[in-house]
Write a protein that binds this ligand. Structure first.
Ligand code: UDP
Length: 238
């Protein structure tokens, strides 16, 4: 048997919120958990990073100067822990073995991030959710996801979004917008292309980590992308 594939899937916090844009919609949790279960049952090792934007973002919290940016970012990182616990519950509920590892020590709630321990969980077929971002203010969960993907030697990072991939122009405004199948890291850093922030892309580029952008709301999509199915819809930055 060949080496098992290992992937890191990044969801934004907003994805969990559903149409209201705030909080956590359990039916979405359940949908994602089922999609992840599919991957695990196909022998794929899965790490997950979830954002916190459905609860709070540092920049918005610090908007009027009452809350310091660093404190706002601490709040944002804690928001990702809330989402990670919710995701853990949904995964456990569907019968997936899962651990949460936080970049900020919270020993009554979850494990602390230790790369070797995370690797062992993955080797045993457990899903690992990496919470609390990088543990540092002024970073994003996209950067945290890229960092963790590199640390655990993931084959790719999958940025799971609401759209099918990266288009040459806004598909909501232009009917002739074309999905870009392949982009260079340099393309992805252009201002009008919103894949991930430049810090994440630079980190991925330096470590030759491919970034796949895809639609998370299409059933079976993650699995067919990872399997390399011909009709799988996504953009790849490499
Ligand atoms: N955050 C941080 N350091 C990190 C990751 C996240 O300070 O390494 C904070 C930051 O305030 C950010 C918030 O956590 O706004 C939530 O993360 P993000 O905005 O990336 O969530 P998403 O947009 O993916 O829901």
């Amino acid at each position: 048997m060949g080496k098992r594939k290992r992937v890191l899937v990044k969801f934004s916090g907003e994805a969990l919120a559903g149409s209201t844009g705030f909080g956590i919609d359990n039916s979405i949790l359940k949908f994602i958990a089922d999609e992840i279960k599919e991957l695990v049952s196909h022998d794929i090792e899965v790490g997950i990073v979830i954002g916190g934007g459905n609860i709070i973002r540092g920049v918005s919290a610090a908007r009027d100067g009452i809350i310091k940016r660093t404190s706002g970012d601490h709040m944002g990182m804690l928001a990702t822990v809330i989402n990670s616990i919710a995701m853990r519950e949904a995964l456990e509920h569907t019968g997936v073995d899962v651990r949460v590892q936080s970049a900020i020590k919270m020993e009554a709630i979850c494990e602390t991030f230790i790369v070797g321990r995370a690797q062992r969980h993955l080797e045993k077929g457990r899903v690992v959710i990496f919470a609390a971002g990088t543990g540092n203010p002024f970073f994003t969960t996209d950067t945290a996801a890229t960092l963790r993907a590199i640390e655990i030697n993931s084959d790719m990072i999958i940025k799971a979004t609401k759209v099918d991939g990266v288009y040459d122009k806004d598909p909501a405004k232009f009917s002739d917008a074309v999905l870009l199948k392949t982009l260079s890291y340099k393309d992805a850093m252009q201002d009008d292309i919103k894949v991930m922030d430049d810090t994440s892309i630079a980190l991925a580029q330096d470590n030759k980590l491919p970034i796949l952008v895809c639609n998370m709301f299409k059933k079976g999509n993650l699995l067919s992308i990872i399997n390399g199915d011909d009709d799988a819809l996504y953009s790849i930055v490499k």
